[in-house]
Design a binder for this molecule. Structure first.
Ligand code: NIG
Length: 397
């Protein structure tokens, strides 16, 4: 017996992100319906399609679920004092990561799972239907594996970030730590990871150390991503291109040469504007990058130090207001852009064959994410064909 079908009908404005399905920009279809069978979409067309079950979108807007391609959801501890000190004038320092490492190492696996589950649920309510999760607060083989095992509950896109910072027990011996990451830690993390990442920054790892880590990961079969150009100009963005990374993340400080290199590559520049908000950094010049042809994504970077938010809506608002992206560019970056950054063809768009990840909005247009900043306009979330969030307290339509 084939699985039951469901139609989401009476959609006033449907964003498909697929120009073979709808009109530019965003592959828009008006007065539309989407038919789901099991976890996938089987048809997109005019309103009035027939299925076993009908959900009425009430003439409102429906968009693909958000794809959050950069998070650090698995950690314990709280760094709100560090945030408050920063707002009072202290600079952001990657050294704060050690506070989260100590708390994470002390937490039981049950506690880490409980905390990560709460954050994943919060992200789902914020419309995130696909999430990438990094390790990086364990920083020894056993604790990195523990964090990755927790992350595996929520996603196949798990990322081994042993090269986040040098842990205290290796202080002054960065090369020894890099050797440990490339050998014993990588061997332990391999079965639980799809990606490998490193933090290329003054105070973390230099270009040669990051190259060593990513090259070892790639040789072991992992895909590569890189934290690049977050706190200042540096070699990260061009190193990401050189190594064929799927994404260079942050890209707050880009030179013309960085932009030229990214534009000529398949490496996605993943902007994390909630980080720049929370660390009082300038926002990336997304306009310059997009106009030069760089492929871009937007992600939350949910983590305890530099960006403790699961709100993609907040990122959209910052991207449009402060990074001069159009609303359409920002929405594409938070959906299809994230999918590209994860090399995923099954999410980030609405078309037959795609995973049925849909956000039904209590708003006539996706512009309301930015036009009504901070207002919870997501009414229902469908993830892999299942209704996982239903809001009873949506805003006035
Ligand atoms: O992406 N940049 C490195 N890692 C995180 C920050 C982690 C922290 O401060 O705890 C980031 O911003």
């Amino acid at each position: 017996m084939s699985p039951a079908t469901t139609v989401i009908d009476n959609i006033g404005l449907l964003v498909t992100n697929d120009l073979a399905v709808g009109e530019a920009p965003l592959g828009i279809v008006r007065d539309a319906s989407v038919v789901l069978e099991g976890s996938h979409i089987v048809a997109v067309g005019p309103a009035g399609a027939i299925a076993d079950t009908r959900i009425d979108a009430g003439g409102m807007c429906v968009i693909p679920g958000f794809v959050d391609s950069h998070t650090h959801l698995v950690f314990a501890g709280d760094r709100s004092d560090e945030f408050a000190a920063r707002m009072a004038g202290q600079p952001y320092q990657a050294g704060g990561i050690q506070t989260s490492v100590a708390a994470t190492r002390s937490a039981t696996t049950n506690e880490l799972t409980r905390l990560a589950t709460a954050r994943r649920d919060e992200a789902r309510r914020a419309g995130i239907t696909t999430v990438e999760i990094k390790s990086g607060y364990g920083l020894d083989a056993a604790n990195e594996v523990r964090c990755l095992q927790v992350a595996e509950h929520f996603t196949a896109d798990t990322t081994f970030l042993g090269a986040h910072v040098v842990p205290r027990e290796f202080e002054g011996r960065t090369d020894d730590y890099v050797h440990y990451v490339c050998n014993e830690m990588l061997l332990a993390a391999l079965a639980h990871s799809r990606w490998i990442d490193a933090f290329c920054e003054v105070g973390a790892f230099d270009a040669d150390q990051c190259r060593a880590v990513l090259t070892a990961g790639r040789a072991a079969g992992l895909g590569c991503r890189l934290h690049a150009n977050q706190l200042g100009h540096g070699p990260g963005a061009q190193l990401a291109v050189e190594l064929g990374c799927a994404s260079a993340d942050h890209c707050t400080y880009l030179t013309d040469a960085d932009i030229t290199a990214l534009a000529a590559s398949d490496t996605v520049a993943t902007f994390l504007p909630a980080t720049d908000f929370s660390t009082r950094q300038p926002y990336p010049d997304a306009r310059r990058a997009i106009d030069a042809g760089v492929k871009v994504a937007l992600a939350t970077n949910c983590n305890p130090g530099s960006s403790y938010t699961t709100s993609m809506s907040f990122c959209l608002a910052l991207a449009v207001r402060d990074m001069h992206m159009t609303v359409e560019e920002a929405l594409t970056a938070a959906t299809l852009g994230g999918a590209r950054a994860l090399r995923r063809g099954d999410v980030g768009h609405v078309a037959p064959g795609a995973r049925a990840d849909l956000l039904m909005l209590a708003a006539p247009s996706y512009s309301h994410f930015v036009y009504r900043p901070g207002v919870p306009i997501i009414d229902q979330v469908i993830e892999a064909g299942r209704l996982v969030v239903r809001s009873d307290h949506g805003p006035t339509k």
